[in-house]
Each structure stands twice: as C-alpha cells, then as structure tokens.
Ligand binder design. Structure first.
Ligand SMILES: [Fe+2]
Ligand SMILES: [Fe+2]
Length: 193
C-alpha cells in the first residue's frame, strides 16, 4: 500500500479502540501538525505559486479534520488533552538530509510530508477495517481517502521541483528507512504509536 514496506498488524486497532479518548486526542494534534507543516512549507517556498495554492487547500483540509476530531471528542464527552510527543515523526525528522542545497532541503521536506501522509493513510485504513465503532470506522475510511490525496500531492511536487535530487531513488530510501522504523511501533494508542 503506497509503497510501504511493512503493513500495520491489525491488532494495533484493538489497542487504539481500547482507549478512544487517547487516540482521538493524539489524532487531533496530528491533524494540527499536518496543517502547520503545510503552512510552513508555503511560507518558505512562496515562489512556487501552484504549491502555495495546493498546500493552502491541504492546510484547510487538515484543520477541517482537526475540527471533525474535536467535534467527535466533544460529542462523546471526552476531554481534548494536550498534544503528545510523536517519536515516530521525530525519527523521520532525523532522517531528513540537512547538508545539501536549499532545493535539496525543500525536496526532503516534501518527502518527509509524503511519508507521514502515507503511514497515516495506512493507519486510518487499519482503523476503518478493524474497529467495531461504526461511526468511527466510516470517519476513518473518509480520512484515509483524503490523506492518500495529500501523499500524492507532496510526492508530485518533489518530482516537479527537484533540481538534482533523484526523487524516485531517494523515495525508495525513505520507504526502506520507514519500514525498519515502524517495526518498533504498533503497540500504543497513538496514530503513529
Ligand atoms: Fe488530515
Ligand atoms: Fe494529510
């Protein structure tokens, strides 16, 4: 799925469902971080006007997802807790190359974003197919479709704007790294946990 090297064990969905307040809180902040990331990419790369337009749409969609998750939290009488530390994303950040040109860093940030979209999309699929809660299963199915579109957008912009990065080769390295990384996750009620 989306080139991912390792698919999530469906039992992770049971862990997630055992603490909905926790997974929903974690999820809400994932959406906020995705929106913030899109906004930062816009601010740092405003010379690419098509990217500005597309990422504005993504930022709005991510905040809409945030709003939807918050609405579910409210409706169910849960509490929106504070943002959680995301070790998975922290490790991906460390994998980003920082020693190259401005264009190299830009492409790396697009691949970083595509990677998170791909795994989030896969996790939403696992939730939609395995949780017993009908309303949330439908919700996660819809989000899965949306995040798959974001994944494609980020990867396509990397291919479009690269100067000297071989994007397909570098993307393979990202997928290899992520495949190894995700092995140590899958046991916590967090979207990337
Ligand atoms: Fe989202
Ligand atoms: Fe997204």
């Amino acid at each position: 799925m989306l080139g991912l090297k390792l698919l999530t064990d469906p039992r992770w969905a049971n862990i997630a469902e055992s603490n909905l307040e926790e997974i929903l809180t974690d999820h809400a902040w994932c959406e906020q971080k995705a929106a913030t990331n899109a906004i930062n990419l816009i601010a740092d790369n405003c010379e690419h006007i098509d990217l500005v337009s597309e990422l504005t749409i993504i930022a709005l969609e991510e905040m809409q997802h945030f709003q939807q998750v918050v609405d579910i939290i409210k409706k169910r009488g849960y509490t929106l807790g504070r943002g959680r530390k995301d070790d998975y994303v922290g490790q991906l950040m460390k994998f980003c190359k920082r020693d190259g040109s401005r264009n190299n860093s830009f492409i790396e940030r697009l691949l970083f974003a595509a990677m998170i979209e791909a795994r989030s999309c896969e996790r939403f699929r696992v939730l939609s197919q395995n949780i017993k809660d009908k309303e949330l299963a439908k919700f996660y199915h819809d989000l899965m479709v949306s995040e798959a579109g974001h994944y494609t957008t980020f990867l396509n912009f990397a291919r479009k704007y690269t100067i000297d990065v071989d994007v397909d080769k570098r993307w393979k390295e990202w997928l290899e790294f992520e495949g190894e990384l995700i092995m140590s996750f899958g046991n916590k009620e967090a979207i990337h946990g």
